[in-house]
Design a protein around this ligand. Structure first.
Ligand SMILES: [Zn+2]
Ligand SMILES: [Zn+2]
Length: 231
């Protein structure tokens, strides 16, 4: 699976175009401007891709700015977890809370849950339900190429926010990381919703929140002071 990464909008939200054998999925169409939409379209054309599915890791407003445009542009199935529906229905409200505007997507036509798969080219993505940052958070895993798209669950040196957002649960988030993502193995590359790609191995060893969740001692975590405003 080839992964083309983009970073769009004022929230610096990653969007991924994953492709194989001429077929593709667009994960988190976060493009907020026409210029950003064109950036994706250029790569689609460059590789002559048939975009089969529009996928959402979750429906926070920063991840959905470009959904409506691509829904109309591609003949693709729009797929998300069922718990994304109320967030999509309240897209305007979400946008207002952050002082931005959004063209709300339609409600997805197909829902994804733990254990489902999404296929394109010769790739089969496994779906894991990884809630906590939001109830609809799902991760897409390509076991063959050892690559995973995990949305706002696990970042390089950080984890998804659980404060100041509706329907979050820090304990659910930590369970999702330790029980669903870490077992994917140290070699698994992670493409998060924000920031650079990383690996499970790197985060297991260096991410202070993951180390804490795994029961590391407080002596070897120097993040408490600097991160106190976020946790
Ligand atoms: Zn989010
Ligand atoms: Zn986000």
């Amino acid at each position: 699976m080839h992964v083309e990464a983009f970073t769009f909008n004022s929230f610096m939200t990653n969007c991924y175009l994953c492709h194989d054998n001429g077929e593709a999925v667009l994960v988190d169409a976060s493009c907020a401007t026409e210029e950003e939409q064109q950036e994706v379209l250029r790569v689609v054309e460059e590789h002559d891709l048939n975009v089969r599915h529009l996928l959402l890791t979750h429906a926070h407003v920063d991840h959905i700015f470009g959904c409506r445009f691509f829904e109309e542009h591609f003949d693709a199935t729009f797929k998300a977890h069922e718990a994304a529906v109320p967030f999509i229905e309240r897209a305007d409200e979400q946008a207002k809370a952050f002082g931005v505007e959004v063209e709300p997507p339609t409600v997805p036509t197909t829902f994804l849950a733990e254990g489902d798969t999404v296929s394109f080219g010769s790739v089969t993505l496994d779906v894991l339900h990884t809630p906590g940052h939001s109830p609809d958070s799902i991760s897409f895993i390509d076991a063959d190429s050892q690559q995973a798209l995990t949305g706002d669950v696990l970042f390089q040196n950080s984890i998804g926010r659980t404060q100041g957002l509706p329907e979050t649960s820090r304990s659910q988030l930590l369970d999702a990381i330790t029980e669903k993502l870490l077992p994917l193995g140290d070699e698994m590359t992670i493409y998060p919703g924000h920031g650079p790609e990383t690996t499970i191995g790197r985060e297991r060893q260096q991410n202070p929140f993951v180390k804490e969740a795994l029961g590391g001692t407080s002596e070897d975590v120097g993040w408490r002071g600097s991160m106190s405003g976020r946790s």
